[in-house]
Design a protein around this ligand. Structure first.
Ligand SMILES: Nc1ncnc2c1ncn2[C@@H]1O[C@H](COP(=O)(O)OP(=O)(O)OP(=O)(O)O)[C@@H](O)[C@H]1O
Length: 258
């Protein structure tokens, strides 16, 4: 396995608050990497730093051997990094299908002229984009809901839709921020299987922030534990579960099922 993402001693300060302090880790290509820690530990801030929403105070972020911490969010996205959000962000008034198809159009490669005269290039690409949308909707288990307006979908389906829309952008690295939030245990197990399936099918690397310990321990190859913005531990699920400082700071205090 090769390294796809290198986080080198990154720090983010908001005024006097150090949200992330001197954190380093590496993510292997094709792996599922977990980011855990108590509320306010700095997990989402790390996603915001990777995706260019926040500028780092210090350190380096290297994706596929290219420094990306100086890029703007759309440039980071163009490198192949996509994310979902803790608070679901969908095109609420569009249908499931329209949400996915709109994102698929990011992959379109026809001109305004092709589009206005509806030539062969335009038509064949449109057909391909629709096939891509169909495939994603199927994989995400949303086929029966494809004509539902996004805001009317049950919560678990909205989360799936958000992941599907991220997939439509053809990322190499997918960042999932609490994808199982609000899901019941059965939905969480289904989501675990789905994350593994899309990783394999789309040749993805995944970083996931989650408080559901069953999900984290069940799918991650490697886990980083943050506490007060600092790296507390890193290792396999087994090593993390057996680490006494992690149990004391986080696992011991959390309800592992929520
Ligand atoms: N834009 C901001 N301005 C000021 N402080 C911020 C900002 N964003 C995050 N913080 C602070 O940085 C710290 C880390 O926040 P962050 O959201 O990264 O934690 P988290 O580990 O993702 O927490 P949770 O599990 O609750 O989502 C918190 O103290 C938070 O209040």
């Amino acid at each position: 396995m090769s390294t796809i993402l290198k986080i080198e001693n990154i720090t983010k300060q908001f005024g006097g608050l150090t949200a992330v302090g001197n954190v380093d880790f590496q993510v292997q290509k094709g792996s599922i990497f977990g980011l855990i820690g108590p509320n306010g530990a700095g997990k989402t801030t790390i996603f915001n730093l990777i995706t260019g929403i926040y500028k780092i105070t210090d350190g380096k972020i290297i994706f596929e051997d290219k420094r990306i911490d100086n890029l703007r969010p759309f440039e980071v996205a163009n490198c192949g990094i996509t994310r979902t959000f803790q608070n679901i962000k969908l095109f609420k008034k569009l249908t499931t299908y329209e949400n996915i198809l709109t994102a698929c159009h990011n992959n379109a490669d026809y001109s305004l002229i092709d589009c206005s005269i509806r030539n062969k290039r335009f038509k064949s690409q449109e057909e391909n984009l629709r096939k891509q949308a169909d495939e994603i909707i199927n994989i995400m288990g949303l086929w029966d809901r494809k004509d539902d307006i996004a805001v009317n979908l049950p919560y678990g389906f909205q989360r799936r839709l958000e992941i599907g829309r991220a997939l439509a952008l053809k990322p190499k690295l997918l960042l999932l921020d609490e994808p199982a939030a609000g899901m019941n245990p059965e939905e969480t197990i289904q989501l675990m299987n789905l994350i593994k399936e899309i990783r394999d099918r789309f040749d993805l690397t995944v970083i996931v922030i989650e408080h559901h310990m069953d999900l984290i321990m069940g799918i991650c190859d490697n886990i980083l534990v943050l506490n007060f913005g600092r790296k507390l531990a890193q290792g396999t699920p087994r090593e993390i579960q057996e680490n006494s400082s992690v149990v004391e700071a986080y696992l011991g205090k959390e309800d592992a099922s929520c």
